[in-house]
Design a protein around this ligand. Structure first.
Ligand code: ZN
Length: 281
């Protein structure tokens, strides 16, 4: 199942287009994707047994964030060994958590204004929580996941790294620094939910490529670790970390500039496409 947001309404993406959930369910489920997620188990059961009406074609550029207003956005640093190494660190012994403040969440085709500084890319798979839960053991954690989506953890490196110690969250939370989408895809759509190919292309050049099976801490391990502390809510996002190939660890360094096109692609989940423009004076 593929849940998306089209013109601010929750839709299912099916062969041939989109089905409006509020209309197809005669109002049993509302137009707000957050409300659908709050009722995820009921919704999933309904969607699986309902004969959906004919789909309406749509333009992918009109899709917005599948989870527009997450209560919490968790993100994980250094979760791929080659990325930890390129950043000059040994692999972490426990997951390293920070947040992207939720006001940065944007849709799959968001155009991003570049703030002053050095803006970098970080392709990441994002897990979306599907039920309220707390203290979830890893072997039950996939049951707490509504779906997976593609994310970019855009990061302004000067603000991120200037302080001692560094503060990760703020430089990663400018408006539209958290593009997500194009849809929330239920894990059963994937051949192996723990092993999918991910790649990031800058102006057509492949700058990151990995498989999610290479993550140091898997999605279930991350959920166990985070939920041991924080209760999780439907629609919470977990950015699961980026592989190697980010711009600030290149020689010479490389950062995003006006008119760059950044494509972030995950096997079975789809792709994001960001363009960038200068800061308005
Ligand atoms: Zn990241």
């Amino acid at each position: 199942m593929r849940l998306a947001t089209l013109a601010d309404r929750a839709v299912l993406l099916v062969e041939g287009g989109a089905v409006d959930i509020a209309t197809a369910s005669n109002g049993r489920f509302g137009t707000d994707p957050m409300a659908v997620l709050d009722d995820w188990a009921e919704f999933k059961a309904w969607a699986e047994k309902t004969d959906l009406p004919a789909a309406t074609p749509f333009r992918t550029i009109d899709l917005t964030a599948p989870v527009p207003r997450p209560r919490q956005v968790f993100a994980v640093a250094l979760n791929y060994r080659p990325h930890a190494a390129e950043a000059g660190h040994v692999a972490p012994e426990i997951p390293l958590l920070f947040t992207k403040f939720p006001s940065c969440i944007a849709g799959p085709h968001a155009e991003v204004e570049l703030p002053d500084g050095n803006v970098d890319w970080e392709l990441e798979m994002v897990a979306v929580i599907g039920r309220a839960c707390h203290r979830v053991p890893a072997d039950e954690a996939w049951e707490a996941v509504a779906g997976l989506t593609v994310g970019q953890d855009l990061s302004e490196r000067r603000l991120q790294l200037t302080g001692k110690p560094a503060q990760f969250s703020l430089g990663k939370s400018y408006p539209r620094f958290g593009p997500t989408g194009p849809a929330l895809v239920t894990p059963d759509e994937l051949a192996d939910r723990d092993d999918v190919a991910i790649e990031c292309l800058l102006n057509g050049e492949r700058v990151q490529a990995a498989r999610t099976s290479e993550m140091i801490f898997s999605v279930p391990q991350l959920i166990e670790f985070i939920s041991a502390v924080c209760p999780l809510y439907p629609g919470d996002l977990i950015f699961t970390g980026t592989p190697s190939g980010v711009g600030n660890r290149r020689v010479p360094q490389r950062f995003l500039g006006p008119d760059d096109v950044l494509v972030s692609r995950i096997e079975g989940l789809g792709e994001l496409r960001q363009t960038f423009r200068s800061k308005r004076k």
